[in-house]
Design a protein around this ligand. Structure first.
Ligand SMILES: [Zn+2]
Length: 148
């Protein structure tokens, strides 16, 4: 799990880079974001995605943070699902351009990975999107509801 300081850095970067959906991150405390954020390779994502992309480029972490918040808040709709995966790709391009100049090959590496990841989520992520969120906050909440 990332440190609170790291989450703070990622949130700031998302805002500074003008990522789509970055304002959503302000609705959560850093402590909550830390619990929601799994980065990539999270349990929430199907094995296929994890195997195909075992590690997300560090530049994509702020993009993944927004994506994770959206999955945490999933309404199980196809519309929001597609929007979230499209946003991942769009934000990946944005952050790649924000961080690396057009001569820097890393720009294209990050863009490629963002596109692949967004596409993989769209292909294989539906069951994760429509099943209960596995973050610590949601798990704890379900535990409490059971006791009632
Ligand atoms: Zn959750």
């Amino acid at each position: 799990m990332e440190s609170v300081r790291e989450i703070k850095r990622l949130r700031l970067m998302a805002i500074e880079a003008g990522l789509d959906g970055a304002t959503k991150l302000k609705r959560y405390t850093l402590a909550d974001l830390r619990l929601i954020f799994n980065g990539i390779g999270s349990d929430k994502f199907p094995e296929k995605i994890r195997k195909l992309l075992d590690k997300l480029h560090p530049s994509l972490m702020p993009v993944a943070l927004i994506h994770d918040v959206e999955w945490h808040k999933s309404d199980n709709s196809m519309k929001k699902f597609t929007e979230s995966n499209t946003r991942f790709k769009k934000n990946g391009y944005k952050i790649a351009k924000y961080r690396y100049c057009f001569l820097d090959p890393r720009r294209y590496i990050v863009m490629n990975q963002a596109r692949r990841f967004g596409n993989l989520c769209q292909l294989f992520g539906w069951s994760a999107w429509t099943s209960p969120c596995e973050c610590a906050i949601c798990k704890a909440k379900r535990g409490k509801d059971k006791k009632k």
